[in-house]
Write a protein of this length. Structure first.
Length: 249
């Protein structure tokens, strides 16, 4: 893959997306707020997250508080914590799960440095959360050589795939769920009231640079940009391999 060519193609897609939104704003009669962008006659149309995905049918409704994929988990996770929690599985294998909140990067980095034995692999499960925290923590995992793993029936959505991407090695069970969608930037809304395009562009550029640095094809963002915040695009195993989240067996 040519990094420059890939980044260029994605940037063109982002630009086209933003120009299109600008044109729609001129037309007016839309609701822009915490739920993202909506227009009369349009709304969430994806099936429930508990329904299996297949090629060409990968968008599902998404509620971070009710993120349960179609397959049975390897264990009963119960209610995931609202913030990332680090617990030992066995030996140097640890589990990192829960929502990603402000301040979690520094907190988890400190925990990773103090627990024994030092983590070599993190088993992930998270509905996502704060993008910037995920990027910072993902870069730390790569610097420290810590791998990431996902188990059957468990999920990694929204900002969580950036943690997955940060792993020095990455293993994803064929029945795990990894999903992407549009993120909130700026004032915690997809499109701030004053339509701060600069914040959107800056945030997307940082995400794409991060993916490139982690060896992930930034073209995965074409699925994220096309999927509204109240839906999730679940990547198929072959897409996870194609974009670099996993390696061929």
């Amino acid at each position: 893959m040519s990094g420059g060519t890939s980044i260029g193609r994605v940037l063109k897609g982002v630009l086209a997306f933003q120009v299109g939104i600008g044109a729609l704003l001129v037309i007016g009669d839309m609701d822009i707020g915490q739920g993202g962008l909506s227009m009369p006659g349009f709304g969430p149309s994806a099936p429930e997250l508990t329904e299996p995905v297949r090629p060409g049918d990968q968008r599902r409704t998404f509620d971070p508080s009710r993120s349960r994929p179609a397959t049975e988990p390897a264990r009963d996770p119960g209610d995931l914590p609202g913030r990332l929690t680090l617990t030992q599985v066995e030996g140097a294998r640890w589990r990192l799960e829960g929502g990603i909140a402000e301040g979690d990067a520094d907190r988890i980095i400190a925990r990773l440095a103090e627990v024994q034995p030092a983590p070599e692999t993190l088993v992930l499960q998270s509905p996502g959360g704060a993008v910037q925290e995920a990027l910072r923590l993902g870069r730390h995992l790569r610097r420290e050589g810590i791998g990431t793993e996902m188990l059957a029936g468990e999920y990694c959505f929204s900002a969580c795939p950036y943690l997955l991407a940060g792993g020095a090695s990455r293993t994803v069970d064929a029945e795990a769920s990894v999903g992407v969608h549009q993120h909130y930037f700026g004032e915690n809304t997809l499109f701030p009231a004053r339509f701060a395009v600069e914040d959107i562009q800056r945030g997307q550029a940082e995400v794409m640079t991060y993916l490139e640095d982690m060896g992930i094809d930034p073209l995965v963002m074409t699925h994220a940009l096309a999927t509204p915040p109240d839906e999730i695009y679940v990547l198929l195993p072959e897409e996870l391999e194609r974009y670099g989240f996993t390696s061929p067996e």
